[in-house]
Ligand binder design. Structure first.
Ligand code: GLN
Length: 480
C-alpha cells in the first residue's frame, strides 16, 4: 500500500491523479462495504468532484496542499456543512450541520478528499460499534469480530483500504482501542491539541479528535495537518501544531521507557496480549532505550472514575436533544410529553443508561460521594503520571486487554464492555497523548496494539518511540 506521504507527494508533482486514487478506493468500497458496514454515508459523487478539483489545481500549477488527493473518512460526529451528521443516533434524524468542523476545513485546505461519514457507537458511547442505531460495523480482519469502538467505522475504513486516513474521537479510548483491534495506528492527541469546534460533544473534559492511518508517519502527517490553535475552540492550546514529525527517524537510543506494571500484566489482560507487550518492551531495549517496569498506582481507579465523570458530562451535553432544536420530534400533549416522547424514541439503551448514571452521580446527596470523589481520583492519576514522567520519557502498556471479540458477546453485560478501555482511559483523565501501534498478533491471529503514552505536548517523543515499535513489528513479521 502506498503511504499517504508518498501519495500526496505524487499528486502534488502531477505524477498521480487524485481521481485515480479515489476511484481505486471507491471500488474497494463497492467490493467490501456490504460485509463491513464502515460507513453511515459514502460520499462518492462529492469525492469524485473534489478529486477532479484537486487534479485541476495541479494542472494549473497550484499546490493543493500536504494531503493532496488523499481519501479521508470522517467519524459521523464531526460536522460537515450540508452533509448529514448522525452520531449513529435516531435523535439527529434529518439534521444537517450548517457549518464545517475546524478539522474538516483544515483537511480541505490541505487538499484531502472526503469519502464518507463512518459508523460509530451512538454518541461515541461504547467499545464495539454495536451501539449504532444503524447496525454494527464488522472487523475487516475477521467478519465475525467487532472492530472495537466507538470509532469502529473509522478504524475499519482504514483497515479495509476504503480510506487512507480517518478521523475519530477519543473520550476514553475510542480511537486507540479500535485501532488496536483492526491492526492500524490510532492517536489520541494532548487535550486541546486539536480543535473540537464542530465535534458533537460527549464528555467535554475528555473528548479529543485524532487520526487513524496504516503507518506512524502517515498518522503524524495527518495530526500535524489538523492540530494547532483555533480561536473557535476556547479549550484549544496556543501551539502551532503537534510537531508529530519532529523526531521521526531519530531512533530511541538513550530514551527512558517505563512499562506500566498496573496495566501490562494486570488481571484481565489476556496472556497473549501481555506477551506481545513484553516483546515490544524488549524490542525498544534492543534499539537502545532504557526500559524498566514502573508503577502508576492510581490508574487502577481510572475506569471507575471515568464511568462517573463521562456520564455526568454526557447527561449535561445531551440535554440539548429535546425535539426543539435538532432532528427528531415526537408529538406529545404538552411540551414535557413531547420531550419525553422524543428522547424515549430517539436515544438507544446505552445512551439512556449513561444519561441516568450521569444524572444520578450529579444529584444532590450523591454529588460528593460519586462525582466529587471521581474528580479527586482524577487528580491522583495526574499526580502519579507526573511522578512517573520524572523518571521516564514515555510509558508503555497494552492498548486493549484482548484482541477483537465476537459480535454479540459483550452486549448484554455493560460492565464487561466497559473493561475494554481499562488501559486507555488514564490518558484521557490526565489530558495526555497516547498512540496505539500494531505489534504482532494474538493466539487467534488477530492484531494486538501496543500503547505508547507521553506527557502533555509529548507528541514528538511519542511518535519517535512508536516508529521504532512499528519497525520492530515489521521485522518480526507480525506487524504490518
Ligand atoms: N468505550 C468508552 C465509553 O463507552 C470510551 C468511548 C470513547 O472514547 N468515546 O465511554
Amino acid at each position: 500500500m502506498t503511504s499517504v506521504v508518498e501519495m500526496a507527494a505524487a499528486v502534488r508533482r502531477g505524477e498521480l491523479s487524485a481521481v485515480a486514487i479515489i476511484e481505486q478506493h471507491l471500488s474497494r468500497i463497492d467490493q467490501d462495504e456490504a460485509d463491513i458496514h464502515a460507513f453511515n454515508l459514502v460520499m462518492a459523487d462529492h469525492a469524485r468532484a473534489r478529486a477532479a478539483e484537486v487534479d485541476g489545481m495541479v494542472a494549473r500549477g497550484e499546490d493543493p496542499g500536504a494531503l493532496a488527493g488523499v481519501p479521508v473518512a470522517l467519524k459521523d460526529l464531526i460536522c460537515t456543512r450540508g452533509t448529514p451528521t448522525t452520531c449513529s443516533s435516531r435523535i439527529l434524524e434529518g439534521w444537517v450541520p450548517p457549518y464545517d468542523a475546524t478539522v474538516v476545513s483544515r483537511l480541505t485546505e490541505a487538499g484531502a478528499v472526503f469519502v464518507g461519514k463512518t459508523n460509530m457507537d451512538e454518541f461515541a458511547m461504547g467499545s464495539s460499534t454495536e451501539n449504532s442505531a444503524f447496525g454494527p460495523t464488522r472487523n475487516p480482519r475477521d467478519l465475525s469480530r467487532v472492530p472495537g469502538g466507538s470509532s469502529g467505522g473509522s478504524a475499519a475504513a482504514v483497515a479495509a483500504g476504503f480510506a487512507a486516513i480517518a478521523l475519530g474521537s477519543d473520550t476514553g479510548g475510542s480511537i486507540r482501542q479500535p485501532a488496536a483491534l483492526c491492526g492500524v495506528v490510532g492517536v489520541k492527541p494532548t487535550y486541546g491539541m486539536v480543535s473540537r469546534y464542530g465535534l458533537v460533544a460527549f464528555a467535554s473534559s475528555l473528548d479529543q479528535i485524532g487520526p487513524f492511518a496504516t503507518s506512524v508517519a502517515d498518522a503524524a502527517l495527518a495530526l500535524d495537518t489538523i492540530s494547532g490553535h483555533d480561536e473557535a475552540d476556547s479549550t484549544s492550546l496556543p501551539t502551532d501544531s503537534a510537531r508529530a514529525r519532529e523526531n521521526l527517524g531519530r531512533g530511541v537510543e538513550g530514551l527512558r521507557v517505563g512499562v506500566i506494571a498496573e496495566l501490562a500484566g494486570a488481571e484481565g489482560i489476556a496472556p497473549d496480549v501481555a506477551a506481545r507487550i513484553r516483546e515490544a518492551a524488549e524490542a525498544l531495549a534492543a534499539s537502545g532505550a532504557k526500559v524498566e517496569e514502573t508503577s502508576v498506582p492510581a490508574v487502577r481507579y481510572g475506569l471507575s472514575a471515568y464511568y462517573m465523570i463521562a456520564p455526568a458530562e454526557a447527561s449535561s451535553n445531551l440535554a440539548r436533544y429535546d425535539g426543539v432544536r435538532y432532528g427528531l420530534r415526537k408529538p406529545g400533549a404538552d411540551i414535557t410529553e413531547m420531550y419525553m416522547a422524543t428522547r424515549s424514541a430517539g436515544f438507544g439503551p446505552e445512551v439512556k443508561r449513561r444519561i441516568m448514571l450521569g444524572t444520578y452521580v450529579l444529584s444532590a446527596g450523591y454529588y460528593d460521594a460519586y462525582y466529587g470523589k471521581s474528580q479527586k481520583v482524577r487528580t491522583l492519576i495526574i499526580r502519579d503520571f507526573e511522578e512517573a514522567y520524572r523518571s521516564f520519557d514515555v510509558l508503555l502498556s497494552p492498548t486493549a486487554p484482548t484482541t477483537a471479540f465476537e459480535l454479540g458477546t459483550k452486549t448484554s453485560d455493560p460492565l464487561t464492555m466497559y473493561l475494554s478501555d481499562i488501559c486507555t482511559i488514564p490518558s484521557n483523565l490526565a489530558g495526555h497523548p497516547a498512540i496505539s501501534v500494531p505489534f504482532g498478533t494474538g493466539d487467534d491471529g488477530l492484531p494486538v496494539g501496543a500503547q505508547v503514552l507521553a506527557p502533555a505536548a509529548g507528541e514528538p517523543v511519542m511518535f519517535q518511540v512508536a516508529e521504532v515499535l512499528e519497525a520492530a513489528a515489521a521485522a518480526k513479521g507480525g506487524g504490518r
